[in-house]
Design a protein around this ligand. Structure first.
Ligand SMILES: [Zn+2]
Length: 359
């Protein structure tokens, strides 16, 4: 279930860097660079949702404040580098207002979609330069929609609320003005007034692009033996006892319920609360291990962000070796065992040369 509020402002200052490739330890980092005199307050793709049959250009803007950057570029995913301009030309709305603009072709925005893109394609990176130094490197994405899917029926629920089968739009400026860590209880309570205790998880997706990463928090836990206590805070959210947890997506760039990242966020409902030193050093993800090549990855030292460990550990007669891996991730049996959902007595699990037993 998705809440899609409609606040007025947005920013994003994040980046993804493929740090290394297998067989070395791999990471796909989401982080922020903020050490220049220029502040990049946010980016925007217009329109945010692009029909596959669109022929007119798509506009990308980057909103800056502070000092004037030397140059702002858009490093498109196809390898081309485009100048973003703030001179009132080529689609830039106003000269010298700190908002830099570039227009890209509709084909670049939604053409050549790969399976891994699902419906949200990585367009490229916004790069801010101060002198010769790149002080910001942040990616942007656009959601594409296939017209063959057809129109979705939308029900009007009254005062600034509407919904389709899987999405609820709620206009709630008071809540969303407080940003990604706002107190979402009033919003969720409003949702439950309309849809009493109808879901296990709620995604809160900002229509705007804040400079913050997605995150998950639990509302209720009834699973024992995973290092987390049992608790039930459903009442304060207006749930009659069913709601398990909430995932927050401060920027729509990071939301696609078909992506692995969405399953990763739900995984935070159950990992990693284990007190064993060998596992707790990886909190909130996994330590570097055979577990880390699954959906939860490993915690990047320092930031704790989820890193993509593009290796598998394979047993060989003389020990263990790293094997490159770039396929789709999933929760392993051992993930599920340590998270709680795996069933008791289903047989042994072998990982990294060790054998454990399912409960
Ligand atoms: Zn995570």
């Amino acid at each position: 279930m998705l809440l899609w509020p409609l606040p007025a402002t947005d920013t994003i200052t994040t980046m993804r860097i493929p740090v290394c490739t297998a067989p070395a330890i791999g990471a796909y980092l989401v982080a922020t660079i903020a050490f220049g005199a220029v502040s990049l307050d946010g980016t925007q793709v217009t329109p945010d949702v692009v029909r596959f049959d669109r022929t007119t250009p798509v506009t990308i803007t980057a909103r800056t404040s502070g000092s004037k950057p030397t140059q702002v570029q858009f490093a498109a995913a196809d390898g081309t580098t485009l100048t973003m301009r703030d001179d009132g030309q080529d689609g830039d709305a106003a000269a010298n207002d700190g908002i830099y603009t570039v227009q890209i072709s509709a084909n670049l925005a939604v053409g050549g979609l790969q399976d891994a893109d699902v419906f949200r394609k990585h367009l490229g990176f916004v790069d801010v330069y101060e002198g010769a130094t790149r002080t910001f490197h942040g990616f942007d994405a656009v959601a594409g929609v296939d017209p063959a899917i057809g129109e979705v029926a939308i029900a009007d629920d009254g005062v600034q609320v509407q919904h389709s089968n899987h999405v609820v739009n709620i206009v709630d400026p008071a809540t969303f003005a407080n940003g990604p860590t706002a107190d979402f209880r009033p919003l969720i309570q409003r949702f439950y007034q309309l849809f009493p205790d109808s879901v296990d998880f709620i995604d809160i997706v900002f229509a705007t692009r804040n400079a913050a990463n997605r995150y998950h928090f639990s509302v209720r836990n009834a699973v024992s033996g995973i290092g987390s206590s049992n608790f039930n805070n459903t009442a304060i959210y207006g749930s009659g006892g069913r709601l398990l947890g909430i995932s927050v997506f401060p920027t729509s760039t990071y939301f696609d319920a078909g992506q692995e990242a969405h399953s990763h966020e739900i995984g935070h409902q159950w990992i990693n609360f284990l007190p064993q030193a060998s596992l707790s050093i990886g909190t909130p993800h996994w330590p570097l291990s055979s577990l880390a090549s699954g959906l939860m990855g490993f915690s990047i030292p320092g930031s704790g962000a989820g890193g993509d460990y593009s290796c598998r550990l394979t047993s060989i007669p003389t020990g263990v070796q790293l094997t490159a891996f770039s396929g789709a991730r999933s929760f392993s049996d051992l993930d599920l065992y340590l998270m709680g959902p795996e069933v008791r007595g289903a047989g042994p699990i072998t990982t990294c040369g060790r054998t454990s037993r399912r409960r």
